[in-house]
Ligand binder design. Structure first.
Ligand code: URA
Length: 429
């Protein structure tokens, strides 16, 4: 029998009593938890102690490193071009990865985008892409490398080999009220991104009602922690703090978000989606030595669209196939004329989820055609009786609960204030 060098209870007590954790103990805790020696109960107590007492920069670095060491590390060193990835902390209508990955790859860099599925009110990139007939999320490491070499962009599911400690710990945090701890969010996200092997990374850290971080101060703290972690690990990392108080774009769902992404790739699309896509593309390209390229031109002249079509085809999807359409729709109209003053992201996300666009449990299936199409955004004028948004579902029985979520979520008034800019701040090392 192996003799364990530490006791979990001592590590928990040390964090509870705000003592600095020695590197060896923290590394052991993560390893022993991954092996099943440290129990879920003990790790829950540790996570709660971290939520309440925080971690030093050094402790977060060691925790992240230990989570990376729990699994495989990928390498893109065999590619002849630099790699750059983007991670968003998640929001309502956040389809930016879809136009962004092909747009950045159009400039000759490789974009390995390991993505996840949605849980709760925020959608998942893979769920959206699976609305495209035939498209396949699961790729082997070899397939991923080949696609990066041939096409330049890949969006696929993260394999189970990356940071398995995080997978276990994240599931535990989800049921113990410890998701919100900044050191735990930062180490969770960055362990996967660093293990993935990207050379550079741009973080889209969202704040507002539809985001994990409701206020900008916490979003800034999370962004600074993650930028420091990336930089300390040799990954060139910057972050943008972006608004998530209003849904992004006009489509919330899966198939409708793909349609909107294709509009952006065709040189159109809603102004906020274009603005954020272009801002993130500029950040990503600057990190790999292309600070002055004309990003918008690649949306207007079809270069980004060409990469998108090749990327979808490479994963067995048909970029020309019709997307799933909803069986039932319900339009909600304005009861008076005026200006839309507010559309609160969180309830719109919850309503889309209740319509079937998201899943309540990991094993649930999403309804690809479900969601919400907005017809106007804050700042737009409406007449009495004009449709404000349309609910999309496979079953009309879903409408009542979605409408409950939307009660009080939007407003038509006399004058709207100017909408806040999408990008609020830039955080660098
Ligand atoms: N996304 C992650 O991967 N981990 C977190 O802790 C939060 C969001």
């Amino acid at each position: 029998m192996t003799v364990e060098p530490f006791d979990a209870v001592d590590v928990i007590r040390a964090k509870r009593d705000r003592h600095a954790l020695p590197e060896s103990e923290l590394r052991w805790l993560v390893d022993a938890y991954t092996r099943g020696y440290v129990s879920d109960a003990q790790m829950s107590a540790f996570a709660m102690a971290v939520l309440l007492n925080g971690m030093s920069r050094d402790e977060v670095r060691v925790l992240t490193d230990a989570m990376i060491a729990s699994g495989e590390r990928m390498s893109f060193a065999s590619l002849a071009v630099p790699t750059v990835d983007k991670h968003s902390t998640g929001g309502v209508g956040d389809k930016i990865t879809l136009p962004l990955a092909p747009l950045v790859a159009a400039f000759g860099v490789a974009v390995p985008q390991l993505s996840g599925r949605g849980l709760g009110h925020t959608g998942g990139t893979l769920d959206k892409l699976e609305a495209i007939p035939g498209w396949r999320a699961a790729l082997s490491n070899d397939e991923m490398l080949a696609q990066l070499r041939d096409v330049g962009a890949v969006i696929c599911a993260a394999g189970t080999g990356l940071a398995p400690a995080d997978k276990k710990l994240y599931a535990l945090r989800d049921v113990t009220g410890t998701v919100e701890a900044i050191p735990l969010i930062a180490s969770s996200i960055m362990s996967k991104k660093i293990a993935e092997g990207t050379g550079a990374l741009v973080l889209d850290v969202k704040f507002g009602s539809g985001a994990f971080m409701k206020d900008i101060d916490r979003a800034r703290e999370l962004a600074r922690t993650m930028v420091a972690l990336g930089t300390d690990s040799g990954v060139a990392t910057t972050a943008l703090l972006t608004q998530m108080s209003t849904p992004l774009g006009l489509a919330i769902g899966n198939a409708n978000e793909v349609r909107e992404s294709v509009e952006v790739l065709a040189g159109g699309g809603p102004a906020d989606v274009v603005e954020l896509t272009v801002a993130l593309a500029r950040e990503m390209l600057a990190l790999v030595g292309q600070p002055d390229v004309d990003v918008e031109a690649a949306l207007q002249d079809g270069r980004a669209m060409d990469v998108w079509r090749a990327m979808i085809r490479a994963q067995d999807g048909d970029p020309d196939a019709a997307l799933p359409a909803p069986r039932e729709t319900l339009s909600v109209t304005a009861s008076r004329a005026g200006v839309v003053t507010r559309m609160d992201a969180f309830p719109f996300g919850v309503a889309a989820w209740r319509l079937g666009a998201g899943r309540a449990r990991a094993q649930d299936r999403v309804v690809h055609a479900a969601g919400i199409d907005l017809h106007v955004k804050p700042g737009d004028r409406v007449d009495a009786g004009q449709p404000v948004f349309t609910l999309l579902a496979d079953d009309a029985a879903r409408f009542d609960r979605a409408l409950d979520a939307l009660d009080g979520a939007w407003e038509v008034g006399d004058a709207a204030s100017t909408p806040a800019p999408v990008v609020a701040e830039r955080i660098t090392a």
